[in-house]
Design a protein around this ligand. Structure first.
Ligand code: SF4
Length: 230
């Protein structure tokens, strides 16, 4: 690894072990600082507002110490695809023999496409935040067409990925979720669509309160496989 290439730092913290974040894998999580969205329900405010504070040398010292103990690295955040050297970082992780899962909001289709084309990612969790008419309200970002580019690209490449949505009932109605289901169906998404209830924590980006009701699965369309994660 070239020292100049990895002199900077984008990772806010490391979760050293998880069996929950990448199904059937023993993984660690690298939490990338910064995000190009500002979701009102985001519970990673310190990470989104923070700065990278773990050097790449520290990251790779840690990863080398986990060879044979872990089999995967999850890149989460924040938004890991904002890191300008994400391709080189994934190459180095792959050289150590780890699989890579990426959690992303999908606004960097070119970066994600490059990672897929060069086999530098094994699985992607793609957040489908909202239908277009709610996209800005929930994410404070207007680039929903970038998200659709990523979604269509992963479907076209037949890549292994999942689509998921965090639901706060005051922000997303059953009609909004049904609009997403219809869109996924029209785009020929074949996987399971995962829904997760917003979890109340003290420090969200938008300071929102606990929702009045959980996901009402009985009101959702039945033409796509749906699982509620919590
Ligand atoms: S919930 Fe939104 S703001 Fe928070 S890390 Fe994910 S995309 Fe960024």
């Amino acid at each position: 690894m070239s020292k100049s290439l990895f002199a900077d730092s984008a990772v806010y913290e490391i979760t050293k072990f998880t069996t929950l974040d990448y199904s059937d894998h023993l993984a660690c999580i690298l939490w990338f600082a910064k995000c190009n969205m500002s979701c009102s329900y985001c519970y990673n405010a310190p990470i989104v507002r923070g700065k990278g504070q773990i050097s790449n040398n520290q990251i790779f010292d840690f990863l080398r110490s986990r060879i044979g103990k872990l089999n995967a690295v999850v890149l989460s955040g924040g938004e890991c695809t904002l890191y300008p050297r994400i391709v080189e970082l994934c190459e180095e992780i792959k050289e150590l023999g780890f699989k890579i899962k990426i959690d992303t909001n999908g606004l960097k289709p070119d970066v994600i496409s490059e990672l897929v084309d060069f086999s530098l990612v094994d699985f992607i969790s793609l957040d489908y935040k909202a239908p277009p008419h709610k996209f800005f309200e929930i994410t404070k970002n207007t680039l929903h067409e970038k998200f659709y580019k990523t979604l269509d690209m992963l479907i076209d490449k037949n890549f292994t990925f999942e689509v998921r949505t965090t639901v706060h009932s005051e922000l997303l109605t059953p009609e909004d979720i049904n609009a997403i289901i219809t869109d996924l169906k029209n785009r020929k998404y074949k996987g399971i669509y995962y829904l997760q209830n917003f979890h109340q924590v003290k420090d969200t980006l938008g300071g929102i309160n606990i929702p009045s009701r959980p996901i009402e699965k009985e009101l959702l369309l039945k033409n796509l496989a749906i699982e509620i994660r919590n």
